[in-house]
Design a protein around this ligand. Structure first.
Ligand SMILES: *Cc1c(COP(=O)(O)O)cnc(C)c1O
Length: 407
């Protein structure tokens, strides 16, 4: 039994806050977006957390996601469902990356992607707040994580994905108990249908950042990273950015850790990595804008970051700018080359989105944006096993003479 979940605990959420106007919202009520139509952020009594949670207590706990419970929104332990949300390893890739490059390999999480972090939290909160039917647009991995956790707590799910979503994602979503529909459009087209259904009362809208708790789950990436590195953050983080929940969540985590006195004011430079075929955040970053326009005709092999429009665009851009980082775009050929190199040279099979972070890191080295002696963390957000791989076609006929010298 996991002590982190069983343990009785006080709870430290004080309220929620509109990310653009700062308007306050009550905790313990079901919320979507703020009245201004923007994401809500969960706020905690961090002074009380500080008093209740000395770092030695944290250090003695099992290292999974629930270790961070004082900094998470769940009120009642009995509502927690878990599929084993482990701490993910930091894997050096010295050959394909460099001597100071670590990959945080999120592919080890339940359902094979870091969407498990966000969705376990959002589903547990939905259960706590009495939701019985959820719909969500997805490029694949989020739908799979939603299906898994919602089935486990007995919430019905309807998942809409673009018709060219990787086949394995569509099938895993169906197998884990969701109703899954292929839609002839992109993720924001799916989102429009979900939004309409929510407005008409058919279901609760679980789109990225349209409910407040996914960020809190994804925030654990930042908490975990700090703990794993001995409370010293790397110089730079390369994050594959679609809706940007993870980047926004980590930025929030660092702020909370500083308020707890566990890290200082220094921050990593945050690099939001997008694919050249869908780079709305990069375009807005370069134009000096606060919001990003929709990217038309989006296409890339990295399905997880094919997000033409992000509702948290201003939060991503703000974090990137405050950190002294950048938004960077890389082409599909560089992405595929990075995946290939990392697998062949370092034995680590990245997903294409993870490949994008390696490709962006390499480009940043060439451009003098990062130095070889700087500690860098790249995020690989799903297991490479979910994605199509090049064919391997060699065969041997066991009945014929085999020239072993030729193997
Ligand atoms: C969803 C997803 C992303 C993008 O994550 P966001 O936090 O929504 O920007 C990146 N990589 C993979 C594999 C994903 O599934």
């Amino acid at each position: 039994m996991n002590e982190n979940i069983v343990a009785e605990r006080p709870t430290f959420v004080t309220h929620l806050e509109c990310s653009i106007t700062g308007e306050r919202y009550a905790a313990d009520q079901l919320h979507g977006l703020s009245r201004a139509g923007r994401p809500l952020l969960v706020r905690y009594d961090l002074e009380a957390v500080k008093a209740a949670l000395p770092r030695e207590i944290l250090a003695a706990r099992e290292t999974d996601l629930w270790r961070w419970r004082e900094l998470l929104p769940v009120r009642r332990t009995e509502n927690v469902v878990s599929l084993g949300e482990i701490e993910t390893p930091l894997v050096p890739i010295s050959r394909s990356g460099g001597a100071r490059v670590l990959v945080k390999d999120e592919g080890r999480l339940p359902t094979g992607s870091f969407k498990a972090r966000g969705l376990v939290m959002a589903v547990v909160m939905a259960k706590e707040l009495g939701v019985s039917r959820i719909a969500m647009p997805t490029n694949g991995n989020a739908g799979a994580a939603l299906a898994a956790y919602a089935s486990r707590v007995g919430i019905e799910t309807i998942v809409l994905c673009p018709e060219d979503t990787p086949e394995v994602n569509v099938r895993e979503i169906a197998m884990q108990g969701a109703q899954v529909w292929r839609v002839n459009g992109l993720i924001d087209d799916c989102g429009a249908i979900v939004g309409k259904g929510a407005a008409e009362g058919h279901w609760f809208d679980f789109s990225t950042l349209k409910e407040p708790y996914r960020i809190e789950g994804k925030k654990t990436m930042g908490l975990e990273l700090a703990a794993q590195l001995g409370w010293r953050l790397p110089k730079a983080i390369f994050y594959p950015t679609g809706g940007g929940t993870g980047l926004i969540g980590m930025w929030k985590a660092f702020e909370e850790l500083e308020k707890l006195g566990w890290i200082g004011a220094e921050r990593p430079r945050m690099y939001a990595v997008q694919a050249a075929g869908c780079a709305p955040i990069v375009r807005a970053f370069e134009a000096g804008e606060e919001h990003a326009d929709r990217w038309e005709d989006a296409h890339t092999v990295a399905a997880g970051i094919r997000v033409p429009r992000a509702i948290g665009d201003f939060l991503i851009l703000r974090a990137v700018r405050e950190s002294g980082g950048k938004a960077l775009a890389v082409g599909d050929p560089a992405i595929l080359k990075a995946v290939d190199d990392c697998a062949r040279k370092d034995g680590l099979l990245l997903c294409p989105e993870g490949g994008a972070t390696l490709a962006a890191y390499r480009q940043a080295l060439v451009d003098g944006e990062v130095q070889e002696d700087e500690d860098v963390v790249l995020f690989n957000c799903a297991t490479g096993l979910k994605y199509p791989m090049p064919e391997a076609t060699r065969t041997l006929d066991r009945h014929a003479a085999i020239d072993l010298n030729s193997l």
